[in-house]
Design a protein around this ligand. Structure first.
Ligand code: SAM
Length: 266
């Protein structure tokens, strides 16, 4: 039996009933499947019965095992992030289906959300991270991540998986989450704006945005769209966030930058 490597986030899903539930939750189309981190190949075996599959595995020991086990698997041995340099992991449309390594799961999901060839993402991740991606306005954990995700996809938590289903067992609960994309990519400038908006989640949105933009101008925007000056970022709806962003962006396109680095009106 192979020793699981912590540094690669190896928690092998061994409970077959959950593997079957993942297969049942798969989107129904002819896209090729991309699996990141096939591990010992338990999920891979089922996926191969569904469609053609390309898998990316960082661990050389596991790559050897997978090559012996499967004749019909296209396997890329190495860090998947190295293959994503151009922004597109594959040249054809694909669905990403995987039990992701937790240490890099958020990064991988953001890359896939911004990859125009990725149409659906069905992944097993830490429950807490799944909740962050799916949170709605008003929830304490509503964040830039959920706004970005909802700007390009329908997001749905399918079911939870307890630690006992894995070997070794992780310390936390896991969830399977589905992102059905309805837009190809998200707006990078919007993502940067949201990072500033949520930089200190417990502070007001006005305070956070004032780090980068002119405070008086933000106040006029808030006034125009009926946002209270003491509102916190998690209380603002996706729609209003986009309105604030659009107003600031419109302004930025014909403004000057002051000596303190903040944008100001001409
Ligand atoms: N799919 C298997 C399962 O469900 O049992 C293994 C899942 S395990 C949580 C994560 C897998 O991702 C491991 O096989 C690990 O070696 C692999 N991995 C970790 N980081 C990776 C990376 N950057 N690129 C590709 N594979 C990676």
């Amino acid at each position: 039996m192979i020793q699981a490597k912590k540094k690669f986030g190896q928690n092998f899903l061994q409970d077959k009933s959950y593997i079957n539930k993942i297969i049942e939750s798969m989107p129904n189309n002819d896209n090729i499947i991309v699996e990141i981190g096939p591990g010992l190949g338990d999920l891979t075996e089922k996926l191969l019965q569904k469609n053609s599959l390309v898998a990316y595995e960082i661990d050389e020991d596991l790559c050897k095992i997978l090559k012996d086990k499967f004749d019909n698997l296209e396997l890329v041995c190495g860090d998947v992030l190295d293959s994503w340099q151009t922004g597109r992991l594959r040249e054809k449309k694909y669905n990403l289906i995987a039990n992701l390594p937790y240490y890099v799961a958020t990064n991988i999901i953001l890359k896939a959300l911004n990859d125009e060839n990725c149409e659906n993402i069905l992944v097993l991740i830490q429950k807490e991270v799944a909740q962050k991606f799916s949170a709605e306005c008003g929830e304490k954990i509503h964040s830039g991540l959920s706004i970005i995700a909802h700007s390009v996809a329908e997001v749905e938590i399918k079911f939870e998986i307890p630690p006992t289903a894995f070997n070794p067992a992780p310390k936390v609960m896991s969830s399977v989450i589905l992102f059905k994309k309805n837009r190809l990519k998200y707006d990078q400038d919007y993502a940067k704006f949201l990072k500033i908006a949520f930089s200190q989640p417990r502070k007001t949105l006005l305070k956070n945005l004032s780090q980068k933009y002119d405070k008086e101008f933000i106040k006029t925007i808030f006034n125009k769209i009926n946002l209270k000056e003491n509102i916190r970022p998690h209380q603002v709806s996706d729609k209003l966030f986009y309105e604030v962003f659009s107003e600031l962006k419109g302004e930025n396109e014909n403004d000057t930058t002051t000596t303190n680095g903040k944008s100001s009106r001409k």
